[in-house]
Design a protein around this ligand. Sequence first.
Ligand code: 2PG
Ligand code: MG
Length: 429
Amino acid sequence: MTDTRIAGVRGRRVWDSRGRPTVEVDVALKGGATGRAIAPAGASMGSGEAVDLRDGGKALGGFDVSRAVNAVNGEIAQALLGKDAADQASVDQIMIALDGTPNKGRLGGNAIVATSMAVLHAAAAAAGVPLWKYLAQDRKVRIPLPEIQIFGGGAHAARRVDIQDFMVMCPGATSFAQALEWTAEVYLAAGSIMKQAGKLQGVADEGGFWPAFKSNEEALDTLVEAIARAGFKPREQVAISLDVAASEFGRNGAYTLALDDRRLDTGDMIAMLGRWLDAYPIISIEDPVAEDDAAGFAAFTKAYGDRCQVIGDDFLVTNAGRVREVAKNGAATAVLVKPNQAGTITETQAALAAGKAAKFGTIVSARSGETEDVTIVHLAVGWDAGQLKVGSFSRSERMAKWNECLRIEEALGKDAVFAGGDALGYSPK
Ligand code: 2PG
Ligand code: MG
């Protein structure tokens, strides 16, 4: 191992998949190793997330990040110079203390998470091993089960459909490579069904088809048809996974499904999702009710937690404390893990570890605003998360991540263990 003390930290403005500014950080170590990372950005965000520092004002829709970049090149660089990149916990603690706010709003979650990830990359480079291996050390890891979007909706497609992500998972696949191949067939079939029906309007923020469906159920029907047309057995081989992202259309126990022109209370929401579980091969549901509806989460999990994985995203915001609390109440069975919700690698890892301790499913996830950065793939493998959510099967900011995971599976060769359906945070009956 070469000298891992930090010799330089440099931030710059780069651009994300929505054409918005974001923060990239380069870290150089005394021994010559370097690391680079880019902050992603969400659109449907939990209120408990670390917040990005944006400039506001008229230019670039208020999304510019010059203040966050200045924070990296000024205060953060100064505080980290000479510190040991191999001691991630201390580096992250320094930034948390320096920021001094509960939501990282002073220096910016974007500035802090990009720096935290760049430090991690530099430490792995100094150790001379790929990042996933640096994180795994001698522990056994699995290649994650991918969760891949076919239709986009909600905040990622101008609310064309209310449900945000209509995704597939391939519990019947025996390798990551096979899961991708099966998903590619389903994506292709879905596209041609929609084209024939005149329902294809392009792609949404994460690369899934932007649909012209008349109802949320039509999306589910079309997805089942696509799975069958691609030649797979729905549920056993290829199953449906939903991110309802209910906080986007519900608050205080009242939900408005604009497309279906229906107003629902928490009980109605749970009953509707129950009917969908009866009618469709759904094995995972994320944020079934709004983030402020802990009782709704508990009721949903009690009713259906043995029939599908119940994931908390906006509800748990990659927060270890919340995961522990919710595990006690049985209000979810899985946690979505997004580094920029927590703001540092250390806090992200703590949330994932809390999920594992609770025997939850753990899903490392990208954001709707992404870049060529593939750090999350290494986190998913190195921390043995078991599941990986990256968006759809088009657009290079998504494909860069699926392709990176293929390379890791290949590098592991005979030692590669695919997590498959066993990684889900429930036991299918
Ligand atoms: C989510 C993510 C990714 P966003 O809700 O899970 O799909 O979306 O990054 O906009 O929060
Ligand atoms: Mg979500």
